[in-house]
Ligand binder design. Structure first.
Ligand code: HEM
Ligand code: HEM
Ligand SMILES: [Fe+2]
Length: 456
């Protein structure tokens, strides 16, 4: 690493790994409940487990993005992080809010709006925390010696993500209006501004790992940003089909959301292209695996599987079924979880000075987690298709259908176990890397040759 303060990223990553482990525990609690082993029901009923599972997901991904920013922004700005002590305070307070929120869910302290369950008083604390985060990285850029497109797109993505949290905090008595603005957060995050975070971190990784000229890599970033906004903003309409909004949303949502896969396709082509044009063989193969894997799997999970149910004529059957869970898993995994894993894999050797870059455990972690996640996605897909036919075509009762599809959750359990083994192997490698070392300041384990073409 170039700067001492970059090591703050490590503590964010460690926290993210801990929260991911907890997220998986709640996933298993739900799967066991699904197959009838619901012994925890009195303490952690299904809805509590589900809420905790998806909120932990959002919190650990954001923690991973913050860690990534604390590493990438100083490097791209050519200076130490501004106010590093505040960054530690920001992490601690962020985790504190997260822990209180998750604990609160178990006592019924929540808002009951999927993904935005965190109660209002805690929302205000989240806002303060994020402002602090944006201040620290904003000042680092402001006082920096150089500026890059990558860094500005990253900042813009993080800034707009914070801004878009606010519509979710407006109070409405009307269910339709509440739902309408909930999607400004949920949809415009994952199919809008988070894609900017993804694009910019991919740019950073591709510059480092392929050695292709920064100018070439960053040109693609403009294409990705353009395609994202072109399709993603009005694509929000694919959530406005059946919530009481005007009928024109069927057309607008259908057309624009059908274009959304283009941004993910562009990222996949971009990553593969940069890899093929690579000027050198980078030693960190595993980081390359995660980077290319992220670009490809996000297209499969978000682009392809999102497209599969985005047209109104399909969505009227699949809406709110396990088809949604199928897509939700592979999309979040491919686009954002694998992204954080790619950044961690690239950064760890630089921060610790240890070389576990071509370690068998690391490769197995990649394959086990990916094959496991694809298997889980498949199990959700099959159970979802069965659910749609039985419940919505044949008109069977909701709960009667849930019983019919239990068999698929045994399959999901197998796949989830493989996935969990993969994740634990990744975390084991992370732990083996150890803590960041001050001796690594000013050094780059993975060399500086990749910096050629860097814009001043
Ligand atoms: C051991 C691993 C995991 C297990 C066993 C698991 C299991 C589950 C289950 C059973 C549900 C509820 C589905 C239903 O309504 O019946 C669920 C929901 C969800 N999980 Fe997981 N999960 C795991 C890991 C993950 C990971 C790593 C991610 C993201 C990268 C993720 C993202 C989600 C999302 C987004 C939902 C909500 C889906 C929707 O909107 O319908 N899960 N998970
Ligand atoms: C990385 C990007 C993406 C992620 C993380 C993601 C994740 C999710 C999640 C978690 C849900 C459930 C939301 C909820 O019910 O609150 C959802 C719903 C949906 N997504 Fe995505 N998605 C992504 C991209 C896309 C794309 C590109 C498309 C279309 C091409 C798409 C189409 C849909 C549709 C139609 C629904 C509504 C499902 C329903 O009616 O129940 N998604 N997505
Ligand atoms: Fe969406």
């Amino acid at each position: 690493m170039k700067y001492k303060t970059q090591k703050i990223a490590y503590y964010f990553f460690a926290a993210a790994m801990l929260l991911l482990t907890l997220q998986m525990v709640y996933g298993f609690i739900m799967l066991f409940a699904r197959i009838g082993m619901d012994g925890l029901h009195d303490w952690i009923p299904f809805n509590v487990a589900r809420t905790t599972h998806i909120n932990l997901l959002v919190v650990w991904l954001l923690t991973g993005f913050m860690g990534s920013a604390y590493y990438v922004i100083p490097e791209e700005s050519g200076r130490e992080l501004y106010a590093p002590r505040l960054a530690i305070l920001q992490l601690v307070s962020w985790l504190l809010v997260g822990v209180v929120a998750v604990a609160g869910f178990h006592f019924g302290w929540w808002e009951g709006r999927k993904f935005l369950e965190i109660p209002r008083p805690l929302d205000y604390l989240v806002v303060v925390n994020i402002l602090l985060f944006l201040y620290i990285i904003g000042m680092t850029i402001w006082k920096g010696e150089k500026h890059s497109t990558t860094q500005l797109v990253l900042y813009f993505g993080l800034f707009t993500a914070a801004l878009l949290y606010l519509p979710g905090m407006i109070w409405f008595d009307n269910q339709t209006l509440d739902s309408f603005y909930r999607w400004w957060v949920v949809h415009l995050w994952v199919e809008g501004v988070w894609e900017l975070i993804m694009g910019s971190l991919l740019a950073f990784l591709l510059i480092k790992l392929t050695g292709v000229d920064r100018e070439v890599v960053e040109k693609w970033l403009y294409v990705v940003v353009g395609l994202t906004f072109l399709s993603g903003i009005l694509g929000t309409g694919h959530h406005y089909y059946w919530i009481g909004t005007p009928g024109y949303w069927l057309m607008i949502g259908g057309i624009f959301s059908a274009l959304e896969p283009l941004a993910f396709l562009a990222m996949a082509i971009w990553a593969i292209n940069m890899y093929r044009r690579k000027g050198r063989n980078h030693p960190n193969k595993i980081a390359l695996y995660w980077t290319l894997g992220c670009a490809v799997m996000s297209f499969v999970g978000a682009g392809f599987l999102g497209f599969a149910h985005t047209w109104p004529a399909v969505n009227k059957w699949t809406h709110g079924t396990l088809i949604t869970a199928m897509h939700g898993h592979l999309a979040f995994w491919g686009a954002y979880a694998m992204l954080v894993f790619a950044v961690i894999s690239y950064i760890m050797p630089n921060m610790t000075g240890r070389n576990l870059m071509n370690n068998m455990t690391g490769y197995l972690a990649f394959w086990f987690s990916n094959i496991g996640m694809v298997g889980m996605t498949g199990a959700f897909a099959v159970s979802g298709i069965a659910q749609v036919y039985l419940e919505r075509k044949l008109g069977m009762d909701f709960l009667a259908v849930q019983k019919e599809i239990v068999v698929h959750f045994y399959g999901a359990m197998l796949a989830a176990s493989l996935f969990a083994v993969g994740i634990l192997m990744f975390i084991y490698t992370f732990i083996r890397y150890g803590q960041p070392s001050d001796e690594m300041v000013g050094q780059d384990m993975q060399d500086d040759a990749t910096e050629m073409g860097a814009s001043a």
